[in-house]
Design a protein around this ligand. Structure first.
Ligand code: WT7
Length: 642
């Protein structure tokens, strides 16, 4: 366990929303004693409601309704109320494209653009409850499309631009989508990532999609299908500037975001309106200690939940200036991010341990060449941050001046759950520290029994919280089974963790068949299903292998159908194949061929053994249930030959 403890500077603490540990404890215990009164007060203070609720929480485990009966609108809260205030001409979004183009949109201007796009959607017949897929690069029109949907109650699902046509198709179909909003392409490392061609490919099998709206970003040649495809700018030319925000029920679905589960089929995580908005708005202030004049930058892609909650909805609801950057951190050189921080005088910077480790490798000369003195607070999310990366981030980027908020949460939690309030909570590198008010974690053993301090177990959450997942789209049984059946009445996170004697949480990683590659969740089964679709593959087993930059890397064990295969060539082909089937971020680091895979007598592949092989190269676990021990020995010894 790390012995170092870091305290915020006196100046930081003095100005912070929550200035000391006593203030944190007071908030925590108030929430603990009466969660409904606590959240009700926050909702009242932070959010605009057209109509008030009858009850803060209607909890019918595992189904929750927060602020039931109340009416509100996320787009109204993110835009209208600020555009009508002293924030009217404040920058809402600062945007920089990878080629270096830039835009600054004030609250008033962003409001105008969202209203125009919403009016387009409305005039084309889209209504509350319809589903739209958004598949776009990191340009302002992506949040504009999200906010326009939210304005009308159209349920949106943003699909990360790195996903393949196959993955896109599965999401369009699962959601029963009638509208796709996309772009010709985007820029990444100086090249164009084409998006419209993937949409065209996906739509061959999606008869339910009526229309595609295409934003022109790159200007490259694409095909437009007459009667189905429309240019954003053509529709905008005829748009109206009158499109009020719908008064939606607090539990109206806001979005569905797909994430990997333990099967081959991604889960559509459903988030709704009022509770989600309350949670992310409160955490923006608690965790990022947001101040009116801050320039806030989260480097995630909006295609992941981090971008939804902490690039778009959280910052805008809180009236912040949120910065968006389209491209890669190393383009054209390794100092692109530091240039951006210097240029826009960024005060709060939120990124992932993977990114930090990749930048460490390039050397300190890159950040050292820039003035990073505007930074006040740093954040980390997506995976455990190893203390060495933490220390580097603290010293080289934060100049030992900026607290680091290590934020633990998940797509399902909607917002941050365990993280320090930076003016109040002393930091320990590698720990997400203490739960936020209203969050009640516990470490339990296999039977759901609470465990003492300093012991590793399963991380669960005892109490419902406003931003929580409401359901898995179209699959309430899976929702119950996946999250609420392990420990009755409690939410099962799928993470292993330990709590130290100071009550600090140390999240260790997933306990299920889910990998965490560069902070992106990826299911072993999803990669396996992709592999077995290849004509040469008979069977596949996939495990995560420790990787010094990306945390884990995808490692595949494959048995082949009969034939004369060139292993080198086929290995490359399969890596390419997976990236085509799922997306480039899922590309395996390693493909190993074997005559057979280790299985239990009932035929289940023993991933645990394979994990041990890739981790330590030896097998020490219990192998008595193995069908064929020789297979394991052979797989382990192969590594030595390489
Ligand atoms: C999983 C959730 C939360 C947005 C990005 C990822 C891991 C996330 C931390 C952290 C240790 C972390 C967990 C979690 N994780 N943040 N600060 N420390 N682990 O969202 O794709 O839903 O993944 O990421 O394993 O369960 P996600």
């Amino acid at each position: 366990m790390s012995q170092s403890v870091y305290l915020p500077s006196e100046e930081f603490a003095r100005k912070a929303h929550v200035p000391d540990i006593k203030a944190y404890r007071a908030l925590y215990s108030r929430a603990e004693k009466d969660p409904e009164a606590f959240w009700g007060e926050i909702a009242e203070r932070e959010i605009h409601w057209f109509e008030r609720w009858s009850r803060v929480l209607d909890w019918n485990p595992p189904f929750a309704r927060w602020f039931a009966g109340a009416k509100t609108n996320v787009s109204y809260n993110c835009l209208d109320r600020h555009a009508a205030s002293h924030r009217k001409n404040k920058a809402a979004i600062l945007w920089e494209g990878e080629p270096g183009d830039q835009r600054a949109l004030t609250y008033q201007e962003l409001h105008r653009l969202v209203v125009r796009f919403a009016s387009v959607l409305k005039s084309r017949g889209y209504r509350a409850g319809d589903r739209a897929i958004i598949y776009m690069p990191m340009v302002p029109e992506l949040p504009i499309a999200m906010l326009a949907c939210a304005r009308l109650g159209i349920i949106h699902s943003v699909v990360f631009g790195g996903f393949s046509a196959e993955a896109l198709k599965a999401r369009i179909q699962d959601l029963g989508t009638t509208l796709v909003i996309t772009a010709d392409g985007g820029f990444r490392r100086g090249k164009e990532v084409s998006l419209k061609t993937a949409v065209d490919e996906a739509l061959n099998d999606c008869p339910g999609v009526r229309e595609v709206i295409v934003y022109r970003r790159t200007g490259s040649e694409i095909s437009m299908k007459s009667g189905r495809d429309f240019w954003w700018h053509d529709l905008d030319a005829a748009a109206s500037e009158d499109c009020p925000a719908e008064h939606l029920d607090s539990e109206h679905p806001l979005y569905v975001l797909y994430t990997s589960g333990t099967t081959g089929k991604p889960k559509g995580i459903l988030h709704t309106t009022g509770g989600y908005l309350t949670h992310i708005t409160a955490t923006m202030k608690w965790v990022f200690d947001l101040r009116e004049e801050d320039t806030y930058w989260c480097s995630a892609d909006i295609g992941w939940v981090t971008g939804h909650s902490y690039i778009v909805y959280g910052p805008l609801s809180a009236g912040a200036t949120t910065l968006m950057y389209e491209g890669a951190p190393d383009f054209p050189r390794f100092d692109r991010w530091w240039r951006i921080i210097e240029k826009y005088r960024v005060n709060i910077f939120y990124t992932s341990p993977t990114a930090i480790r990749a930048l460490i490798r390039q050397g300190e000369q890159w950040p050292d060449a820039h003035d990073l003195s505007s930074l006040r607070l740093l954040g980390s999310v997506g995976e455990p941050i190893n203390p060495a990366a933490w220390e580097w981030y603290y010293r080289v980027i934060g100049k030992q001046r900026c607290p680091i908020v290590d934020t633990w949460w998940q797509t399902e939690t909607g917002g941050i759950m365990i993280a320090p309030m930076p003016g109040a909570v002393p930091l320990k590198p590698g720990s997400a520290t203490l739960p936020l008010p209203g969050v009640v974690p516990e470490i339990v053993d296999f039977h759901g029994q609470p465990m003492g301090d300093n012991r590793e177990g399963f991380l669960i959450l005892r109490q419902p919280w406003p931003g929580m997942i409401r359901n898995i789209w179209g699959d309430p049984e899976r929702y119950k089974e996946q999250y609420w059946s392990r420990v009755p009445g409690a939410y099962f996170t799928g993470d292993a963790a330990r709590r130290d004697s100071d009550g600090y949480y140390w999240v260790l990683g997933r306990v299920d068949d889910v990998m965490n590659v560069s902070g992106h969740r990826l299911s072993t089964m999803e990669v396996e299903s992709a592999l077995v679709r290849h004509p040469a593959v008979a069977e596949a087993a996939v495990v995560g292998k420790p990787h010094e930059i990306t945390g884990q890397a995808v490692c595949c064990f494959v048995t082949l159908k009969r034939g004369d295969w060139n292993h080198d060539q086929l290995g490359n082909e399969l890596r390419q194949w997976v990236s085509r089937e799922i997306g480039a971020f899922a590309r395996p680091e390693e493909v190993r061929f074997s005559d057979a895979l280790p299985k239990t007598r009932s035929g289940k592949i023993m991933r645990r053994l394979l994990r041990e092989i890739v981790t330590s190269n030896s097998v020490t676990g219990d192998v008595t249930t193995l069908e064929d021990l020789s297979v394991v020995a052979k797989l382990a010894s192969q590594q030595d030959e390489e």
